[in-house]
Design a protein around this ligand. Sequence first.
Ligand code: RTP
Ligand code: MG
Length: 140
Amino acid sequence: MATERTFSILKPDVTARNLTGAVNAVIEEAGLRIVAQRRIRMSDAQAKKFYEVHAERPFYGELVEFMTSGPVVVQVLEGENAVAKYREVMGATNPAQAADGTIRQKFAKSVGENTVHGSDSLENAGIEIKQFFDDKDIVG
Ligand code: RTP
Ligand code: MG
């Protein structure tokens, strides 16, 4: 296994409920290291670009609206097998199907407001990290 970096977003339902530390605790307990982190308000253009793979899906408008509805925390996570590991720690997209102990099982309210994003491949992780972080701001 190799050390990887993945891109994470704590979505607006996290900041609204003051759960940043609680979610970060699950991330760190799983052995992932937060090597960059910033709280931002995503612009409409940023959210549309970030989720452009879903542009044709019926939930796209709602998704962009939700992601711009409040502050988010963007992060780079580092660790062994970090991409797959974080997907496992996040749990299924629909929190009703998320395994016990996962972030979405613990905190998510619905499939729309599902607490976290994590890159779905190493290639996408690289692309997504570049959208939000300069290399110099990632401290491993
Ligand atoms: P993410 O990209 O946010 O990490 O989540 P994911 O891979 O588990 O799910 P994906 O299929 O990529 O969907 C992206 C986000 O769109 C919202 N969604 N809403 N209303 C719906 O049926 C629906 N389906 C997906 C979720 O916020 C999901 O995380
Ligand atoms: Mg996805």
